[in-house]
Write a protein that binds this ligand. Structure first.
Ligand code: MN3
Length: 212
């Protein structure tokens, strides 16, 4: 079973005006699809590797044959990062972080605004193409802001991703041109904290059951 491009779960224009329709179409249907296609092409002769979850495939990257390892890291990472990205943005709502996530944000950053400010500052510093993440260390439950180049995933560093912000130019250039700060400001309008809170809970649940 080859890897699949998921549907957005909302319309291309659902994030207007923060993220424009044309960018959503290109970004999902062309850019993300290309990662999925390249990944499946690389794995065509390795059926065993096609049955893993994308997270397991990336966490076990050193077991991937050398001749396709870089492609799997880049295309598989692109697939995993975008799957997360589409789920943690959506039509604007007023939902704030809840439950354990809200508590951890208080402990680690004080307020949600401070977290957003620090993540924005990190995203502004990304040089070239890359991502900024809110990640969690599953062992300690501690939150961390991480910027990574290209399509690297936080799993490569022993962390689990909670929220991903795409800082590749293709995610904002059509509407915002070189004005990355404006894109980042708009990004926060479409973040789905409900999804991020749910992801926080599920990471901790899994790490608890792994300890047992
Ligand atoms: Mn992208």
């Amino acid at each position: 079973m080859a890897y699949q491009l998921s549907n957005l779960g909302y319309d291309y224009d659902a994030l207007e005006p923060a993220i424009d329709t044309q960018t959503m179409k290109l970004h999902h249907d062309v850019h993300h699809r290309a990662y999925v296609d390249q990944l499946n092409k690389a794995l065509a002769h390795y059926p065993d590797l096609q049955n893993k979850t994308i997270e397991d495939l990336l966490m076990q990257i050193n077991e991937v044959p050398k001749e396709i390892r870089t492609t799997v890291r880049n295309s598989g990472g692109g697939h995993a990062n975008h799957e997360l990205f589409w789920k943690n943005i959506g039509p604007p709502n007023r939902v704030k972080p809840t439950g354990g996530l809200a508590e951890s944000i208080r402990e680690g950053f004080g307020t949600v605004d401070t977290l957003q400010d620090q993540m924005t500052a990190a995203a502004l510093k990304v040089f070239g193409s890359g991502w900024t993440f809110l990640a969690i260390d599953p062992a300690t439950g501690k939150l961390e802001i991480m910027s990574l180049p290209n399509q690297d995933v936080v799993m490569l560093y022993g962390k689990s991703p909670l929220l991903a912000c795409d800082v590749w130019e293709h995610s904002y250039y059509l509407k915002y041109e070189n004005r990355r700060p404006e894109y980042l400001k708009a990004f926060w309008d479409v973040v789905q904290w409900e999804a991020v809170s749910g992801r926080f809970d599920s990471v901790l649940r899994k790490s608890l059951s792994a300890v047992k």
